[in-house]
Design a protein around this ligand. Sequence first.
Ligand code: FES
Length: 144
Amino acid sequence: MALYSEKVMDHFTNPRNVGKIEDANGIGEVGNARCGDIMKIYLKVNDDGIIEDVKFNTFGCASAIASSSMATEMIKGRHIDEALELTNKAVVEALDGLPPVKIHCSVLAEEAVKSAVKDYYDRKGIEYDTELFKEVSCSSCGEH
Ligand code: FES
């Protein structure tokens, strides 16, 4: 079996939503301490709380880029609160799997989305449960 699924290869070689949103109202940036990879996500949320646009910049491995691309596709057009429900597991499933040593790369995508949502809530003065933003645990990589 190939190391990466066709979907991972597709999202790595042709990533969706790459770039920056100049007038973003939610920005999240996370880094992986061990590999040094960095992921930044920009959200443009409208007055109804819908994520109208989302873009990302990832300086990282193929799995991190594919995970960010897939994560942005999964939250685009959704309500900001729903974006918080995105899990790395759902991203991995949507990508038809990642090798076990690469699961932590998808955790980075979940954390980046959460950090952007938190930034949006902070800017708007929306109250939230801090429990929702606890570090994501990743049993496969042992880094969190
Ligand atoms: Fe660092 Fe994939 S190896 S995010």
